[in-house]
Design a protein around this ligand. Sequence first.
Ligand code: NAG
Length: 211
Amino acid sequence: MFALPTLLFFFATGAAARPTQQLPLSASRLALFGGDVPWNASRWLAVDDRVRGGSSQSHLTAIPGSNSALFSGILDTKTLGGAGFASQRAVPTSSVSWDLSAWDGIELVTVKEDGKRYALNLMSDLGPRRPDGRVESTIEYKYSFDSNPAGAGAARSIQWADFSAFYRGRPVPDASPIDPARIAAISIMCQSYFAQQDGPFELEISSVAAV
Ligand SMILES: *[C@@H]1O[C@H](CO)[C@@H](O)[C@H](O)[C@H]1NC(C)=O
């Protein structure tokens, strides 16, 4: 179900002025956020480098009058000497994890980009809570992409195999691949990639779907 819908989708959005959900593909996708599932900012929680002593910050807000959301914030790299990340994380509402095994990957559709490098992360487990209330780090399956410096949005179809395992920012080459039957959380992140970027960031997202 992946190859053909993806091609059609890119042709369809290529012709349009901006990405749209109004495509004849609703049967081949499962909306997670946006599209058929209105954005609800309360479902998103900031997971910024402040949990490690940094001072980056992020926000996710639903944009009134549209069905898109703004992921924005400020990436600070000075506090942690070059490192830094800001992210927003969401979990499923009606079960502990999403079973997306019927799908080939995740489609991320944006409306407006700012040229920064972003990552979409999937987690199989949420880390256990430590006595001090912090959540232990777990393996994150990450897909990084350079957004469009000219500002236009894009539709990206990301297959499961395109996600690579990281633990606390370091690659874990021998980790097992992501299990699409058990996705406990999804996050959108802006990170410094070792001080290659910092400062304000802003990504307008139309939808996240399994495709
Ligand atoms: C938005 O999400 C919050 C937190 O999960 C939930 O309590 C609330 O009912 C949701 N609102 C809507 C309109 O779905």
